[in-house]
Design a protein around this ligand. Sequence first.
Ligand SMILES: *Cc1c(COP(=O)(O)O)cnc(C)c1O
Length: 362
Amino acid sequence: MERVYNFSAGPSMLPESVLQRAATEMLSYENSGMSVMEMSHRSPVYEKIILGAEETLRRVMGIPEDYKVLFLQGGASTQFSAVPLNLMNGSKKADYILSGQFSTKAYQEAQKYGDAFAVASSKDKNFSYIPKTEAKDFRADADYAHICLNNTIYGTKFPYIPDTGNIPLVADASSCILSEPIDISKFGLVYAGAQKNMSAAGLTVVIVKESLLGKARAETPTMLDYKVMADNGSMYNTPPCWCIYIAKLVCEWIESLGGLTEMKKRNEKKAGLLYGYLDSQDYYFAPVEKECRSLMNVTFVTGNPELDKKFALQASENGLVNLKGHRSVGGMRASIYNAMPQAGVEKLVAFMEKFALENPKT
Ligand SMILES: *Cc1c(COP(=O)(O)O)cnc(C)c1O
């Protein structure tokens, strides 16, 4: 079967050239006589892969020297507890901005460990916007503040980086990492599950300022202690070897295209095409406030659940798959991560036009 345009929110499309490269190297990676999946994580050949992955990620993202890069397991969701276990150890206060389901889950998890406080929320309008905050909204003695940079389910992204004064800012960047340049120095910690825009499911990347390490609570499971993982080069135990290898290939692919500045340009062009069409007609409705629109996840509805259902089904028959929206929003969601080609978005817009003509609302 021909490859389809896969609009899944995650796991999602990977660049075809990366898949092909992995296929070429599948049976024997660089004369090792084995695949990356089969080799010891302590072998010199694998050591080169994990060090190369970190080096390339650092270069692509411009990660400052005084930050550690950790390759972990457990998904972004495990970070919902790892963050408070490692950082909520002074006043045991942490301030959360609730901008969707994942940030709400992170906030609820943190409540198990101390005084987690919701500074602001956009739940009143089904998370269709990003709440505005100022430095004074945050508690001066909070151990950290937490945000979710891009809200995968609702299709919003922070149009600004909150000013939290001296409080370290922690960000869940699962669905926007590598989509555009990001100034890591504004954050104490950034984490991301890799299966949206970086690699296969099974890898979580944590980028953390060194000065925040070594403060984990005594009861922190060893596997969740950032300092232990940092001191062992993410190899305290077996790391997600294959996913790290794919992440390296993805970063090399981004670099070969011109880095994150070029990635941003491409992503703005793709998203611009879709939002431009949505704004030009009144058959579909985009529920998200304009200034908070995500570059990665575009949500829209027809206003009629039966038509929405038909849309997703027919799109699928036309090689445009996984467009059904998340159950909490309904309608459609087109996730257009880095690996989605411009041609996929063009085909989607053409399909939307055709569908609107063929299915008038009565
Ligand atoms: C997908 C996603 C998560 C959950 O990731 P897992 O790796 O499945 O735990 C958390 N936050 C955001 C923003 C996501 O997009």
